[in-house]
Design a binder for this molecule. Structure first.
Ligand code: 5GP
Ligand code: ZN
Length: 113
């Protein structure tokens, strides 16, 4: 999609610190990490958020989670990690291309809200 930051990162038009890539999925380090390990996992195909998952694109969500499991091994996240997807303004979503945050590298807070 034109003018989408994460589409441009996935295509390589905007540089990023790549962690993982396959046919459907791209993962890279967050530019403003909120934990010692903070990785963003995105489908290469654009859709906005968890609120736009449909029968046509839900397989891409599964592909993202397959990638997350591989990244956890690759990055040696043996003691655990958290996956978050913000959807819409109340959740603080700032980039309208669906993405999954992987947070790890320390004992994370026990509560999310
Ligand atoms: P959201 O707030 O939408 O859930 O998450 C967007 C994330 O993208 C934020 O954690 C933010 O730090 C990250 N981000 C924004 N712009 C860039 C960028 O240009 N490069 C990288 N690597 N991360 C970015
Ligand atoms: Zn996009």
């Amino acid at each position: 999609m034109e003018n989408c930051l994460f589409c441009k990162i996935a295509s390589g038009d905007i540089p990023s610190s790549k962690v993982y890539e396959d046919e459907n999925v791209f993962a890279f380090r967050d530019i403003a990490p909120q934990a010692p390990v903070h990785i963003l996992v995105i489908p290469k195909t654009h859709f906005a958020s968890a609120g736009e998952v449909t029968p046509e694109n839900s397989a891409l969500v599964a592909k993202c989670f397959e990638a997350i499991a591989k990244i956890a091994v690759q990055e040696k996240l043996d003691t655990g990690f958290r996956v978050i997807s913000n959807c819409g303004p109340d959740a603080g979503q700032t980039v309208p291309h669906i993405h999954f945050h992987i947070l790890a590298g320390k004992k994370l807070g026990e509560k999310m809200v």
